[in-house]
Design a protein around this ligand. Structure first.
Ligand code: ADP
Ligand code: MG
Ligand code: MG
Length: 247
């Protein structure tokens, strides 16, 4: 059974057909790679799955736990258990880490939550993730990798069924990628379902359980971990076989 699935997604921007009929099915508990070259349609697809491009601006169907859903907005999608970490980091520099994690929900249940309570909740969430960031620190003092982790924690604070990360490694160093992957592996051990966008093949081989490869707005391949093979991925991404100088 798929946690989230889409069928026949078609999306055009003026003059550009970004998605030309995309089907994707994400199984419970997997890290599902969404792989493809720049412009393949990866971001457009997850934006649709997160209500950024609202119902009516695309055609096709989205199903959660097998039931059709329609999203009018990102908060709609969040309400259906879809968590999203966009590629562009969005944080409030002069607020604390804890305030950023719970941004937009500090009035939970109509009660004002104190800074102390917010920090305690953040500390508990970070302990779960194996993070050592101080919840009381100002976000202005964090590295971009730490800011990304704050965004992930924010998405998790809504307890999503599925978490989608759009190129979280794009601006990270090798060591930072390793620490992010440690967090994602821990989430997988906890049973989280994730979509992980990248255009870097080694990251898929290192982390993911299954991969959908997009090329020019279409699914070029869907490959399970047991069939992961670099040449196969490269062919799916580019449509070209590697020219081997030394066969
Ligand atoms: P990827 O994330 O795989 O790099 P995108 O989904 O960002 O690909 O883009 C797919 C195609 O749609 C590209 O040709 C891109 O230029 C186009 N596109 C994406 N967003 C917009 C937009 N808001 N307006 C116009 N064209 C867009
Ligand atoms: Mg891109
Ligand atoms: Mg993109």
């Amino acid at each position: 059974q798929s946690v989230i699935e889409c069928r026949g997604i078609v999306k055009s921007f003026s003059g550009v057909q970004a998605l030309r009929g995309v089907d994707i099915a994400v199984h419970a508990g997997e890290i599902h790679a969404l792989l493809g070259q720049n412009g393949a349609g990866k971001s457009t697809l997850v934006k649709i799955l997160n209500g950024v491009h609202a119902d009516g601006s695309y055609s096709g169907e989205i199903l959660i736990d097998g039931k059709p859903v329609r999203f009018g907005s990102t908060s709609d999608a969040r309400g259906h258990g879809v968590g999203y970490v966009p590629q562009e980091i969005e944080v409030l520099e002069n607020l604390t880490v804890a305030e950023n994690v719970f941004a937009g929900q500090t009035g939970l249940g109509g009660l004002l939550v104190s800074q102390r309570a917010l920090q305690a909740r953040t500390r508990a969430l970070f302990r779960d993730l194996g993070l050592t960031i101080d919840p009381g620190a100002l976000v202005a003092s964090l590295t971009s990798a730490q800011r990304h982790l704050v965004m992930i924690a924010r998405a998790l604070s809504f307890s999503p069924r599925v978490l989608m990360l759009d190129e979280p490694t794009a601006s990270l160093s090798g060591a930072e990628v390793d620490s992010l992957f440690a967090v994602l592996r821990r989430l997988r051990e906890q049973g989280r379902t994730m979509i992980f966008i990248t255009h870097r093949l080694p990251e898929v081989l290192a982390l993911c359980d299954r991969a959908t490869v997009l090329r020019d707005g279409r699914v070029a391949a869907e490959i399970g971990r047991e069939d992961f093979d670099a040449d196969r991925f490269i062919f799916a991404m580019s449509g070209q076989r590697l020219q081997r100088l030394y066969p």
